[in-house]
Write a protein that binds this ligand. Structure first.
Ligand SMILES: Cc1cc2nc3c(=O)[nH]c(=O)nc-3n(C[C@H](O)[C@H](O)[C@H](O)COP(=O)(O)OP(=O)(O)OC[C@H]3O[C@@H](n4cnc5c(N)ncnc54)[C@H](O)[C@@H]3O)c2cc1C
Length: 338
């Protein structure tokens, strides 16, 4: 059977693995302990924060069908948030999210999605891949502890574009294109409170500020009761201060968030900051949705190929599997009939 290594167990890597498993022996590698990549959860008992992806929405029929399946399996639930737009400290628009344009979140916590998608798959965690090495019998992936895994017939990168460009070999046909796909950063500020704050909204898009988003994380369905707030900086602001003092960044974002929301956020008894160095893609080209090199048996996928959304990660993975499965299936057919 064809052996495939997928680097990255975020949504794109997991979806690709689930599809390719039909025709191949797939091993996933992820540098972190968790599963699901940026569809992540940070724990700080009694608080929990979806500090990456905030909610999931579908546009295409195929993705909406996938979401409906997850709702039926009780993995996702609709988040009927009280939504607001805030501009210069004023609420300029308010509405209640509902069934007309459903916004989904995994029950309990965001990383449930990755854990569900990884069921039955072979995932090697805490394994940062630092490079690829071709030998006579196939590709080997190099682990940060210097050991090698292989041989593999195919290696698929399912990690952010800059990280992919750092580890994919020079012979990969699409290396230059990928190196030029720049992703923006984002700081996520997590605040936990002893007592709930009175708020008129659960989720707010912020305009004309260095903050882009504020959510009452604990308002999501089936979450911990401990009142928690998640604040995201804009990509532009994060990119300017990526390497600045984190305490300064945290205090700056807290002060900004107080100005923007008029909420007494300084009362937080828990404060933490996370930097997503590769949070989102600036230019969202969408074509091709995956980069495949059939001469070298290498590929790169991820949301950055399409759009910085879970749907983008899904579409990229599906684009890869639709092209690769017929090739693998033919190979399997040839093996069986030999
Ligand atoms: C703050 C924030 C808010 C967001 N909000 C939303 C939202 O509301 N709705 C929405 O749809 N999307 C949102 N997104 C985007 C969404 O999270 C992503 O589009 C999606 O999760 C990307 O999936 P992916 O598989 O392409 O990449 P990732 O999720 O980044 O997965 C890549 C995986 O690869 C691993 N990895 C990286 N390098 C290596 C290596 N060298 N070796 C081994 N493993 C490696 C990482 O640990 C990670 O698990 C948000 C993202 C952020 C950061």
């Amino acid at each position: 059977m064809t052996k495939i290594a997928i680097i990255g167990a975020g949504v794109s890597g997991l979806i690709a693995a689930r599809d390719l498993t039909f025709c191949a022996d797939v091993t996933l590698f992820d540098k972190s302990r968790g599963l699901g990549g940026r569809a992540a959860t940070r724990y700080a008992t009694p608080y929990e924060f979806d500090h990456g992806c905030q909610f999931i929405q579908g546009q295409s029929t195929e993705f909406n069908r996938f979401l409906e399946g997850l709702v039926e399996q009780r993995i996702l639930k609709r988040w009927d948030a009280r939504f607001a737009e805030i501009d210069s400290g004023e609420i300029t628009h308010q509405r209640q999210w509902g069934a007309d344009q459903p916004h989904y979140v995994p029950r309990n916590r965001m990383n449930m999605l990755g854990h569900h998608l990884a069921e039955g798959l072979d995932v090697i965690r805490e394994a940062q891949i630092t490079g690829l090495n071709r030998k006579n019998d196939g590709w080997y992936v190099t682990h940060h502890m210097k050991s090698e895994y292989g041989p593999f017939d195919w290696v698929i990168s399912a990690i952010p574009s800059k990280q992919a460009a750092d580890i994919l070999p020079e012979e990969f046909t699409h290396l230059e294109v990928i190196s030029n796909r720049k992703m923006g950063g984002c700081f996520s500020l997590m605040l936990g409170f002893d007592t709930p704050l009175p708020t008129e909204w659960d989720a707010a898009v912020v305009k004309n500020a260095n903050i882009s988003w504020v959510a009452i994380n604990s308002s999501k369905p089936e979450r911990s009761d401990a009142f928690s707030v998640l604040i995201n900086s804009t990509n532009n602001w994060a990119d300017k201060y990526l390497d600045d003092d984190r305490n300064w960044v945290q205090e700056y974002l807290l002060t900004e968030a107080i100005k923007v929301t008029n909420l007494p956020l300084h009362q937080a008894s828990h404060k933490a900051l996370h930097l997503w160095r590769y949070a989102n893609i600036e230019s969202q080209a969408g074509k091709p949705a995956s980069y495949i090199d059939f001469d070298n048996n290498l590929a790169a996928i991820g949301d950055w190929c399409v759009k910085g959304r879970i749907e983008g990660a899904f579409k990229s993975a599906k684009d890869l599997s639709k092209q690769l499965l017929p090739v693998l299936d033919q190979k399997r057919f040839n093996l069986i009939s030999a």
